[in-house]
Write a protein that binds this ligand. Structure first.
Ligand code: VG1
Ligand code: CO
Length: 544
């Protein structure tokens, strides 16, 4: 063995955020930066010797270079086998699935998800553990503490690494198996959904779908699943070829960043169903003709209809949503008489509830939905769920959503993001709000009494772990909510997210414009948090 030990000075900025370590590509390209973090993961993880790991990424700029470095470090650290996606490509949900299917010790995912890519864009790295879930906070914190003191890493010598062909090779004593990125995942989807019913929907009659892969990782998955296995038309996919810079766009499936898809759905001759996924394939946006489904509503509708779907026929055990996600799913859980958990933002907080079989479905307002089938949110899974539902109901997306509102009421919902603001100002804004919460309860604003004002904290009911400062909540007696938190995935300055929600039971009032009907709450949010003063911005940069 000719393993080299490279001495380094540790970096001080490797604390993982909401979803792994995310930095600019430029930062990751600094000599030893990526290697130091990878070695910190390996120093932290137990049972690494002789283990199997899954490795892959969303194909963004620096994906291949990072994989070569990681393979050499893994070989030097006693890993026995790496399952590597062909050409270095694996979506986040596919990694989670592969870890579970092949009983791997864990996996490394290379992605900055919805953040832009390319030499001027972002890169990221995330470690998932044995059940396929994002490492919990006590592990990410240990990785971070290690990264602050690490003074060397071990690496196998440079060698040519061919990752484009299915097959096997070795690096020192480690075996690398290049696997098809798509087939295991696609096979698994066939066990959860009625592919025959979906195929009939897509091939008989005049139903049309359009999927926007945003030039990100889901292109090859969508081609295999929607076209090869389900018979979708040739023109059912757009931006299907993965590009290292995502065509210069934000691979974020929302109304602001999937403009062309929106335009094509908002047309009299447009498709019946539209959908998009993000950089690493874990997010989803669902559209009908002239109709946008909020992610919070999507979760609620899935929960209400789960027992119709093959993989969930036994019924669902419970549901969970992240705290800022609208309370639409809570109403479904109440009707079904199942538990509904409220967790901090980030998928890792669902993992224990899924492992302990307390919940079957979970989701976030940020276009993320998933279930106990894996331990990540899953974009294509959510889209297949909707297609399966449409095939069963033989009705439009809009009618399904409206019927849901008629039964449960509608939670009007919006999120306003103020991006790239000064970090000190953002922290001051949050601190000032935190102090205000102490005397807001009992006050009336626009006629509504505030019943809760706090900084959300969470105690995990499975392992008792505790997490604080997860967002300021202001909750009114009529269930309206204003929530403020700072993003943990951005790489430039700070991003303030303001989440606004109002419940409307009256079906006569389910056709209002979201921004207009939430206007008063939006104004209250601005005044309470002094948003314009702290951020210098008159309006949000992105409204979803
Ligand atoms: C955002 C979303 C959060 C999501 C996270 C990772 O985090 O708000 O709900 O779990 O991104 O999603 P933040 O801290 O920026 O608000 V992904 O698709 O980047 O893996
Ligand atoms: Co993502």
């Amino acid at each position: 063995m000719s393993i080299e030990t490279i001495k380094i000075v540790p970096f001080d900025d490797q604390r993982p955020g909401t979803s792994g370590l995310r930095k600019s590509v430029k930062r990751f390209q600094i000599p030893h930066y990526l290697a130091a973090f990878v070695q910190s993961i390996f120093n932290t993880v137990e049972d690494l010797q002789g283990a199997t790991l899954v490795l892959g990424g969303d194909g963004r700029f620096y994906n291949r270079e990072a994989i070569k470095i990681i393979l050499r470090i893994a070989a030097a650290n006693g890993v026995k086998k790496i399952l590597l996606g062909q050409s270095g490509i694996l979506s986040t949900p596919a990694v989670s699935h592969l870890i579970r299917k092949y009983y791997a010790l864990g996996g490394i995912i290379l992605s900055a998800s919805h953040n832009p890519g390319g030499p001027e864009g972002d890169f990221g790295i995330k470690f998932n553990t044995t059940q396929g879930e994002p490492a919990p906070e006590h592990i990410t914190e240990r990785i971070y503490q290690n990264s602050r003191i690490i003074d060397h890493y071990k690496i196998a010598p440079l060698q040519a690494i061919a990752m484009d062909k299915i097959g096997e090779f070795s690096i020192e004593n480690m075996q690398v198996e290049i696997i098809d990125s798509v087939s295991d995942y696609a096979d698994y989807m066939e066990t959860l959904f009625d592919f025959t019913a979906i195929r009939n929907l897509l091939t008989q009659g005049d139903f049309k779908m359009l999927f926007d892969a945003m030039n990100a990782v889901t292109g090859p998955y969508a081609k295999e699943i929607f076209q090869n296995r389900l018979g979708a038309a040739r023109n059912a996919l757009m931006r299907q070829h993965p590009l290292a810079n995502f065509g210069g766009c934000h691979p974020d499936p929302n109304q602001a960043h999937a403009k062309e898809l929106m335009q094509r759905l908002y047309s009299p001759t447009g498709p019946n169903f539209g959908a998009a996924s993000d950089g690493d394939g874990d997010r989803n946006m669902i559209l009908g003709n002239y109709f946008f489904v909020t992610p919070s509503d999507s979760l609620a509708i899935m929960a209400a209809n789960a027992s119709l779907i093959l993989g969930y026929r036994e019924g669902i055990k419970g549901v969970a949503r992240s705290m800022p996600t609208s309370q639409a799913v809570d109403r479904v859980a109440e009707q079904l008489n199942i538990a509904c958990y409220e967790t901090p933002t980030g998928w890792k907080f669902f993992a224990n509830l899924l492992d302990d079989q307390r919940i079957s479905l979970c989701g976030e307002e940020s276009f993320g939905t998933g279930s106990d089938h894996i331990r990540e949110k899953d974009g294509l899974w959510a889209i297949l769920f909707w297609l399966n539902l449409l095939a069963i109901k033989q009705d439009s997306v809009e009618n399904i959503v409206r019927a849901h509102w008629a039964k449960y009421g509608r939670n009007y919902y919006t999120r306003h993001d103020y991006e790239n603001i000064n970090s000190d100002a953002a922290n001051e804004l949050m601190q000032a709000l935190r102090e205000k919460t102490h005397y807001l309860v009992g006050h009336r604003l626009s006629g509504q009494k505030i019943v809760t004002a706090d900084d959300f904290s969470y105690r995990d009911s499975v392992d008792d772990s505790y997490t604080e400062q997860q967002g300021i909540r202001i909750i009114f007696e009529n269930d309206s909510r204003i929530i403020f938190r700072l993003s943990g995935t951005g790489t430039k300055g700070a991003t303030l997210r303001v989440y606004i929600e109002r419940y409307e039971a009256n079906v006569q009032k389910h056709d209002l414009d979201t921004q207009k009907t939430l206007k008063t709450l939006i104004a209250i949010a601005n005044v309470i948090a002094k948003i314009s003063e702290y951020t210098g911005k008159k309006r949000a940069d992105v409204i979803t």
